[in-house]
Ligand binder design. Structure first.
Ligand code: ASP
Length: 287
């Protein structure tokens, strides 16, 4: 066991309107702090990811959990996944309605047989396993009836045992076709974690991330390079498309992020360093 741990969260790739900037900064900071508390107390990477993502799912300003964007039927339909880099266990739900915290359902699935469950099957699994269920109407935040800002959330963690974990959670793209599944719950697309290599979580146009298996490319790159170089290469591979952002922890737990969207809200914390939040790469000097 070492004294070193690190955590990064993101609150989605995309333009952050001037009137939302400071609230967004505070919300991502609160999320990273929730994860950092778990890590400082000796908690696991998986536990820290769940703590940070759950907080953002409950915050209506993010496009995840309560207050997520609406699909074409004006419903909240969620994608979320959690991956343990120590075992390569993965749990993910897609196009699910009626669950309060999809990251909680992903957590329940982590050591269970199914890796991914969609739609009504995911909802029934959640109910059977005792996850918090909710009337889908109660997941709609008033501002979502008029506001289409997409703020997917994600978190990557390196804990004191040297374990990596990653999580991503979203309502997907505003006005999406019911049943549409984005990159967020798909390993090698919206997230990945592997001990000895690193962890990643992404945001942006899911169809483009899926077609390029961007998360898998990032992780393959991390086998031979540092987090900052891998993050820059992944964004470079998008050729300016997709409004994408990625958070990355390299093999040594070193943090980095990159994006081609105008903004990408990120907060990071490491053992012995205070938590900091950035609304784009221009605000980050590197570590
Ligand atoms: N990647 C998410 C999706 O396509 C949305 C986003 O990150 O804005 O579902």
């Amino acid at each position: 066991m070492s004294e070193t741990w690190s955590i990064i969260v993101h609150g989605g790739a995309g333009l952050i309107k001037p009137e939302r900037r400071e609230a967004k900064r505070a919300a991502t900071l609160a999320a990273v702090q929730a994860g950092a508390v778990v890590l400082a107390a000796g908690g696991t990477a998986v536990e820290a990811v769940v703590a940070a993502v759950r907080l953002m799912e409950d915050d209506p300003h993010f496009n995840a959990g309560f207050g997520a964007v609406l699909n074409a039927d004006r419903r909240v339909e969620l994608d979320s996944a959690l991956m343990d880099g120590a075992t390569l266990d993965l749990g993910g739900v897609a196009a699910v309605q009626g669950v309060k915290n999809p990251i909680e359902v992903a957590h329940l699935m982590l050591r269970d047989e199914p890796v991914l469950l969609a739609g009504d099957g995911a909802r029934r699994y959640a109910a059977e396993k005792g996850a918090a269920m909710i009337d889908p109407e109660a997941m709609i935040a008033p501002h979502r009836r008029t506001d289409d800002v997409a703020d997917t959330v994600g978190c990557v963690v390196f804990d004191v045992e040297g374990n990596f974990a990653a999580g991503t959670s979203t309502g997907g793209r505003p006005g999406k076709r019911p049943g549409r599944i984005g990159d967020s719950p798909i390993p090698g697309a919206g997230l990945y974690a592997q001990n000895g290599v690193g962890a990643v979580s992404l945001s942006g146009e899911g169809e483009l991330i899926l077609r390029r298996i961007l998360g898998a490319r990032l992780v393959a790159d991390l086998e031979t390079t540092d987090a900052a170089t891998a993050a820059d290469r992944a964004i470079g591979a998008m050729g300016g498309q997709g409004g994408v952002g990625c958070i990355v922890l390299g093999a040594d737990g070193g943090p980095a992020f990159a994006h081609n969207a105008p903004d990408f809200a990120v907060a990071m914390a490491q053992a012995g360093k205070p938590a900091r939040a950035f609304l784009n790469r221009g605000e980050w000097q590197g570590d």
